[in-house]
Design a protein around this ligand. Structure first.
Ligand SMILES: *[C@@H]1O[C@H](CO)[C@@H](O)[C@H](O)[C@H]1NC(C)=O
Length: 262
């Protein structure tokens, strides 16, 4: 399953798995390249710049692991094994009817199209909101602005005071999001350790992308099958909806950088 759109632009896309990525390069600020994804499920998200040469073995590996994942998923959710077993129990009683395969495929295709169409609409709404917000935002070199940093939320310093860029951020376990504690009213921001989290570029980008919060919520209400919605900026921050607590690695380092595929 794969969809991709590109508006106006040099920002290209290839993707594996089921992420959607959207890019554009604004006439005003070239460095503000925006990437966006909406995940159809909580599985892998890979971004690849098309300029990059991907070794065929890597692609092969993705294909194999994606195939395995799909097979496991369909085994798990289609109940095929259970059906086979049940069928044995009732074999004598049931009557078999032929189905119109073509008709079935058509219906399935229509449903897929509708489902993907909804995702596309969600991405478009996000892209438009991001563009509007960007246009309406005047870059401010000295901007001061506190945001919820997903690494720092709900943490305190040695004196027990909330960490700057942290603060109280409500999280509730949610079945729909891999049973992770999430906040479906607020997105929050992830910044890799090697990027200064108060860099003017980051602050301006985070500030202007606050407008996406309402769109995330609205998208989720319009299409409850949506899971993670992301907004990644070329400046290095990652706005993630729903908001979560980011767990650093064992060295306390956050290596995930939405500009790379890792
Ligand atoms: C830039 O941000 C600072 C701090 O938030 C504020 O005092 C100043 O008025 C802003 N400048 C402009 C031009 O908006």
């Amino acid at each position: 399953m794969q969809i991709a759109t590109a508006r106006m632009s040099r920002c290209s896309l290839v993707n594996a798995g089921n992420a959607i990525k959207l890019g554009r390069s604004g006439p005003r600020r070239r460095r503000l390249m925006l990437l966006m994804w909406i995940m159809l499920s909580g599985s892998l998200c890979l971004m690849v710049d098309s300029q990059m040469k991907i070794p065929p073995e890597t692609v092969q590996q993705w294909a194999v692991s994606f195939g395995k994942e799909m097979a496991a998923l369909s085994n798990r959710y289609s109940g095929a094994k259970l059906l086979q077993k049940k069928y044995k129990d009732v074999e004598g009683v049931v009557k078999i009817e032929e189905v119109n395969g073509e008709e079935l495929v058509k219906t399935f295709a229509e449903e897929m199209e509708e489902m993907l169409g909804r995702k596309m609409k969600s991405v478009k709404r996000l892209a438009e909101a991001a563009e509007d917000a960007d246009l309406g935002h005047e870059y401010n070199e000295t901007l001061e602005f506190d945001y919820f940093n997903s690494l720092l939320i709900n943490t305190v310093d040695e004196e027990g005071n909330p960490t700057p860029l942290g603060g109280e951020f409500l999280l509730e376990k949610n079945e729909h999001f891999n049973k992770l504690p999430v906040n479906t009213w607020h997105s929050n921001i992830q910044v890799p350790t090697n990027v200064y989290n108060r860099d003017p570029d980051i602050l301006n980008g985070v500030y202007m992308s606050e407008a996406l919060n309402d769109v995330f919520i609205d998208n989720f209400q319009k299409d409850p099958t949506l899971t993670w919605q992301y907004f990644g900026s070329a400046t290095g921050f990652f706005r993630l909806y729903p908001g979560i607590q980011w767990i650093p690695d064992e060295n306390g380092v956050v290596t995930f950088d939405c500009r790379n595929r890792n």
